[in-house]
Design a protein around this ligand. Structure first.
Ligand code: PEP
Length: 256
């Protein structure tokens, strides 16, 4: 392993699996992942409606639970939203924020992600803060500066006491769900720049412990290449997290 950070393999189920389907997949994951290799942490992020079902099914397995979204207010007239306290009461210790699908389809801004990150950290839930560029931005050669700007804006005013309070996921939009993956060198270029930005914000010691994941058509066949890079500490997995055998194979590879 290129560094001593605990690797994180996180599954993003997106808007897939009704309650019965979620129960089935959670049972399969609990069986396939009843042991997780040393130095690897696993989290699954089902749709909100499935969180309680998945929580009950994976309880005995070394698999953690995350949500896919949160609202920063404590409670009140915010139809359709879930608060940090609600996610916590359902057993979530992680929450994805800033996913490109939320930024694009639901018009979430860096300022929104900043409020979400602050609320989650205050509640003791670790944000998996997503960032990433479009194909147009990459072709213009502006991918590194755009991603670093997303990190600076999204994390503005955040103070950490420990590196495990934050996870970053670099997900080039052109590689999400398209079958096109970035090369390991592409991932390292941006993940390395993210870590340098984290050093500016939080200092060397905290930034050295924050996990930076790659996401975008990651699968059992390509995950090892990403994980061999110095600044890639795991993967945020969409499509391949919907199959227990593929997801557990990725967890195994992360332990090698
Ligand atoms: C994601 O959306 O977080 C993702 C990485 O999806 P996929 O693995 O399907 O590209």
């Amino acid at each position: 392993m290129p560094n001593s950070r605990v690797r994180l393999i996180a599954g993003n189920w997106k808007m897939n699996n009704d309650v019965a389907e979620a129960a089935k997949l959670a049972d399969e994951l609990a069986e396939a992942l009843n042991e997780v290799p040393a130095g690897v942490e696993v989290v699954v992020c089902p749709p909100t409606i499935d969180i309680t079902t998945v929580h009950d099914r994976i309880q005995a397995a070394p698999v953690k639970l995350g949500a896919q979204n949160v609202y920063w207010e404590e409670k009140g007239a915010y139809t359709g939203e879930s608060s940090c306290a609600m996610l916590k009461s359902a057993g979530c210790t992680y929450c994805i924020i800033g996913h490109s699908e939320r930024r694009d389809y639901f018009h979430e801004t860096d300022a929104d992600e900043n409020k979400k990150a602050k609320a989650l950290i205050a509640a003791g839930i670790t944000p998996i803060f997503c960032c990433g560029e479009s194909l147009e931005t990459r072709e213009a050669g502006e991918h590194v500066s755009l991603v670093c700007a997303q990190i600076k804006a999204g994390l503005e005013g955040i103070e950490l006491t420990s590196a495990d309070q934050l996870v970053i996921a670099y997900e080039p939009i052109w590689a999400i769900g398209t079958g096109k993956t970035a090369t390991a060198a592409d991932a390292q270029e941006v993940c390395g720049a993210i870590r340098a930005t984290l050093v500016e914000i939080f200092g060397e010691q905290l930034a050295g412990g924050i996990r930076v994941l790659y996401g975008g058509s990651a699968k059992p066949e390509n995950i090892a290449g990403f994980l061999a890079e110095e600044d890639v500490d795991g993967a945020l997995v969409g499509g391949a997290s919907l199959k227990a055998d593929a997801f557990s194979a990725m967890v195994e590879k992360a332990g090698e």
